[in-house]
Each structure stands twice: as C-alpha cells, then as structure tokens.
Write a protein that binds this ligand. Structure first.
Ligand code: F6R
Length: 345
C-alpha cells in the first residue's frame, strides 16, 4: 500500500478528527472575542491548489443553505467587495504559500473578519502576531491529502457563529458512507467494481473531460486536480447546462483529437428532470465523437454526503491510476520548483 493510499484510507477518521479539532479550538483556545464575526455580509475563502479545494466544496455545499454570497479567491489580490463586513477564511496547509499570504495581509488591511487554517509556517506565525483566530491542523501530509482538515473546521466555525445549522444526521450519514466507499474503492479489482476498473482502463491513454452540474462543480475541479497531481495526467472539467451553450459545438464536430477525449460524468440521482434530459441529449450528440462516456454517481441523501461521496470516489480513482502507471502520487516536483524559483516571499 502506498503512503497516499494510507492517507486516503484514513479519510473518514480525518473528517471526525477535523471536527473534534475545530470544536476544541473554538471552545478553548480562541482567545480573541469573535462575536464581531457574526452577521457578516459575505464569506470568502482564500487558498490555492489542495488548500482551495475545501473552499470550492464549501461554496457548493452552502449554495442553497445560506443567504449571503460565498466566494473563493485563488489569487494574490482580494476581490473589491472584501471589506470589514466579510468573513474571510485563509487556508494554506504549509502556511507558506505566497498568494495566500498576500490575501491574508490584504484581509488584515481591509479589516475583514479573518480565521486562518494551517499546519504552521508563516501563516501560523502571522496569525499569532496579529491575534487572528487560527485553527492549527496536523502536519506531515501532502496538502491535497488533508481535505478534511481544511474543510470541516470552516463548517464548525460557521455553525458556531450562527451562519448555518449542521444536522447531526448529515455528518453521521457522511462518515458512514465514506467508510462504505473506502471499503469498496480501495481495491476495485478485488471487489469486482467494474465501473471503476473500466474507467481506469480508459484513463490509461485518454483525456477525461469531467462534466457535472453546478452544485458538484467543486468535485469536478477536485477530480481534475487529483488527476493532475496524483496521476500526472491532463484532465479538464466543465458544467452543464453551461456546456450546452459553448463546448457542445466543438464536441459535436468530427475533430481528430476528440477521439483522445472521453466524457466522465459526475452524476446525482436528485438531478432535476430538465437536467437529466439535457444530459441525455448531450450524450446523444457527443457519444460518437468522443471515446466513450463514463458515469460516477454520488451516494447518500444529504447534500454533504452526496458531495463527499463523489469526491472520495474520485480521489481513489486518481490514486489507482497512479499505481497502474507505476508512479508515486505524492511528489509534485514542478509545483515545488515553481515555489522555489519564485524565492522567498
Ligand atoms: C500539494 C498540493 C498543492 C498545494 C498548493 C498550495 O499536495 O496539493 O496543490 O496545496 O501548492 O500549497 P499549500 O496548500 O501549502 O498552501
């Protein structure tokens, strides 16, 4: 078993531990009075790469649950609307990523209500120096293997501050589902999971175009990134209905390179009837142009479970693909090189 498989095998436990860590820190160690963090007019999550995934998923999860805008910022600069009425999460696993540190400094300048999540580094130091509430998470993992620690603490903070109510059952269902999926996905060959085996065969020499509905956009981006970082393959993603207003024109052409692409649909059994119909029509138009269509379905009842079930399945697929390609999914030498060449921030 590779180290990355070990991390992924701990994902359900990590979710529980992340909830515990956040509850504990919130109750006992946030020295600053953060009652002023309530009733902000918007929420913004800053971070890049593996540390941004929690933000993307949070945005999807809150889509129907909250009546204020939620944004994700993956750049040096904060958007113009971020001000003293904005609750800002600044997430960097290492705590040393320059884009995120830049966002942090701007958020302080603009007097945003800031909470940081990190395992250490400069972000931890700066949070301490500026008396900013910081949720410190365990060290020693690749950032993308720490999704649970970068995501659940935001939910807990939002709940403690009165922005959302999290039902106990949705957390329970999610953890249960993740345990089930882990058992099924960790060894698809042994478990005879043909959907995953067929997908892995296709991924050997084809480019996935991951397609999903708006509410699972974060999962699609996460899967694209996991394919890029873990399996070192190209992957692209898009959403429907949007794809029906642009890519469909290119996908329906007889382009020589389209045969190198296949559609990987991330689906949900609660899709509206109109969306289902759109997907059917889209498949009908593109089926013979691309090299096949695969579907992965979300599982569970609650939206949290459905989102995280897709995310977890995708994570396993990316790791199995790396294994088939005989590469270690952990090292990301070019990401490190760019950070090194940019030098100290
Ligand atoms: C590496 C990874 C990267 C990092 C990104 C930002 O596992 O997933 O995408 O997450 O380079 O670094 P951090 O997360 O330390 O801010």
């Amino acid at each position: 078993m590779t180290k990355m498989e070990e991390f992924l095998g701990k994902f359900p436990n990590q979710c529980e531990e992340a909830i515990r860590i956040a509850n504990d820190i919130f109750e006992q160690r946030i020295s600053r009075d953060i009652s002023g963090y309530r009733d902000r007019r918007g929420i913004l999550v800053c971070g890049v790469g593996g540390s941004a995934a929690g933000g993307d998923i949070l945005k999807d999860y809150l889509y129907k649950k909250i009546d204020i805008p939620v944004g994700v910022n993956k750049d040096y600069e904060l958007p113009g609307y971020a001000d003293s009425r904005t609750l800002v999460f600044v997430n960097s696993y290492s705590g040393n990523t320059e884009e995120t540190l830049s966002s942090f400094m701007q958020a302080l300048d603009r007097k945003c209500s800031v909470v940081t999540i990190t395992s250490g580094g400069k972000l931890y130091q700066l949070s301490k120096e500026n008396n900013i509430p910081c949720i410190r998470i365990p060290q020693g993992m690749p950032p993308r293997a720490t999704f649970a620690y970068l995501f659940f603490p935001m939910l807990i903070v939002l709940e403690k501050l009165g922005y959302i109510r999290i039902q106990k059952e949705e957390i329970q269902e999610t953890i249960r589902m993740l345990e089930d999926l882990k058992a099924k996905c960790k060894d698809p060959e042994k478990n005879g999971d043909n959907s995953i085996i067929g997908l892995l065969d296709k991924l050997q020499d084809r480019i996935p175009l991951i397609l999903t509905s708006e509410i699972f956009k974060g999962c699609a981006w996460r899967l694209k990134s996991q394919f890029n970082e873990n399996s070192k393959i190209l992957a692209f993603c898009s959403t429907i209905p949007e794809l029906n207003h642009n890519e469909i024109e290119a996908l329906s052409q007889n382009l020589p390179y389209s045969k190198n692409v296949f559609l990987l649909l991330l689906r949900d059994r609660f899709e509206s009837s109109r969306l289902k119909k759109r997907i059917e029509i889209t498949i009908k138009i593109v089926r013979d142009r691309v090299d096949g269509v695969f579907e992965l379905y979300s599982e569970g009842e609650h939206i949290l479970t459905r989102i995280l079930s897709l995310l977890h399945k995708g994570d396993w697929v990316s790791i199995h693909l790396a294994k088939r390609k005989k590469i270690d999914p952990i090292p990301t030498p070019k990401i490190d090189l760019i950070k090194k060449e940019l030098g100290q921030y």
